[in-house]
Ligand binder design. Structure first.
Ligand code: GLC
Length: 441
């Protein structure tokens, strides 16, 4: 059994830390401009200007079963869809707004289609819900708001009521958590209490837990879906911590108590979350696999994002990236599902350029080769601990010796604690080969 414990959470996170890998989906009106999901505020667009996307949102190629099939093939076990993003546009049929997919040429509740298709593929489903709303008339103008540079921005705040807005949020969340069956994750986004305006914009205040009335929102969420996992971005600590576009090298810890926490890194294929046509920074296959492995080796989950196009499908580049995961996971998922950071004494033996994971029953150790070495892998401290070793992908035996490196290498590595796994000269054709080690009981 893994000896690592994490800071207690309100909900049971065991399925989550077992499944390890999920799909994030950022989809909405911003798929049409195709130049970042923050386009409305980056370009200071008015509601009227942004409406040109609302009237043309016509995803004629939308096939959620295809999305779900690709997610499952990639080895993802859950998916989180943007029910509403910062622009306030809702993919679901809410009673509390007209600003929703049913009133666009799409003409349907896209969240319902998503939920049904992903469940049918055996994936758990979750909703991303933006706490920011750049369309709602009661949401006050702040440093992120598209109207922040208007000369009369401050006057535009007159009459806006965050209390009314919070009620709107609760009403919508109640719809999302009532009308679509069991929802496994809710991903609130995001708090920025310290991001205040400066100079003549000092009246612009950041927003955090108090502004969202987060305690009431969380209580409502838990009442409607007691088993749901909630992230920390309302500003109130809940179940899951969410480092963004950053690769942790060690288990994330609570900043005050130092306890390990349940965490999920979210990452993009190419830097933006919504579909971005001209983005060129797509990650390489090796980078993608290393990202997943690195995350699990530090006890975390990976939520990998796809931004579907305005036509409603994943573009070629996204499909290629998903296929990288599919190819690798088909043969290596055993080192991911149900795995976590290796026990300290094994980790201490981790060679350079490798990452280790360990099955939660403790019986198998997985060594991921980020750079393929020549001839053998030397592990100091593992002699006597290993019963059998093989490449995970094809189950082919890897012989090993203990005590010393062979072949005219007197004076080279030796010692009672040394384990030497022999490797073929050529790296198997995969971005990251995995050695599966059966540990002695
Ligand atoms: C950020 C961005 C947002 C994105 C989110 C995903 O908070 O505001 O566009 O949805 O990260 O983690």
């Amino acid at each position: 059994m893994s000896t690592y414990t994490t800071r207690p959470t309100p909900a049971d996170t065991s399925w989550f830390t077992r499944d390890r890998f999920g799909m994030f989906i950022h989809w909405g009106l911003y798929a049409l401009p195709a130049r970042h999901e923050w386009v409305k505020t980056r370009e200071r667009m008015t509601d009227a200007e942004y409406d040109r996307y609302f009237c043309r949102f016509d995803p004629d190629l939308f096939d959620p079963r295809d999305w779900a099939g690709r997610a499952r093939a990639a080895g993802m076990r859950y998916a989180v869809l943007t029910a509403k993003h910062h622009d306030g546009f809702c993919l679901f049929d809410s009673r509390y707004t007209d600003y929703k997919a049913t009133n666009t040429p799409a003409g349907r509740d896209l969240v319902r289609d998503f939920v049904e298709a992903f469940r049918a593929e055996g994936l758990r489903v979750g909703f991303y819900y933006s706490l920011l709303d750049w369309h709602h008339p009661d949401f006050t103008i702040d440093v992120h708001h598209p109207r922040r540079d208007d000369p009369d921005a401050q006057a535009q705040n007159d009459g806006r009521s965050m209390a009314r807005y919070c009620e709107y949020v609760r009403n919508q969340v109640a719809e999302l958590l009532t009308n679509y069956g069991q929802i496994d994750v809710i991903w609130y986004d995001f708090s920025y209490p310290d991001q205040n305006g400066t100079g003549d914009r000092a009246w612009m205040k950041g927003k955090g837990a108090a502004d969202w009335e987060a305690d009431r929102l969380i209580a409502l969420t838990r009442t409607l879906q007691p088993q749901i996992l909630i992230n920390n971005r309302t500003g109130l600590e809940q179940d899951v911590w969410t480092p963004e576009q950053y690769q942790l090298q060690d288990w994330l810890r609570h900043p005050e108590t130092g306890e390990r926490v349940v965490w999920e890194a979210c990452q993009t294929f190419s830097g933006s979350w919504g579909y971005y046509r001209d983005e060129t920074s797509w990650k390489s296959p090796a980078q993608l696999i290393r990202m997943l492995v690195n995350t699990v080796s530090a006890g975390g989950n990976l939520l990998m994002n796809v931004g579907p196009t305005a036509r409603g499908c994943f573009d070629r580049r996204a499909c290629d990236e998903l296929n990288v995961f599919a190819e690798w996971m088909k043969y290596n998922s055993r080192s991911i599902y149900g795995c976590t950071m290796a026990e300290p004494e094994l980790l201490a033996a981790c060679p350079r350029d490798c990452r280790m994971t360990q099955s939660s029953d403790g019986k198998r150790l997985y060594i991921h080769l980020f750079a393929y070495p020549f001839g053998c892998l030397e592990l100091r401290g593992l002699a006597g601990k290993v019963e059998y070793a093989q490449f995970l992908a094809d189950g082919s035996e890897l012989r090993f010796t203990e005590g010393r490196v062979d072949h005219f290498s007197e004076g080279a590595s030796r010692g009672d604690d040394l384990l030497v796994i022999e490797l073929p000269v050529r790296q198997p054709e995969t971005p990251v080969p995995v050695i599966e080690v059966f540990l002695r009981e």
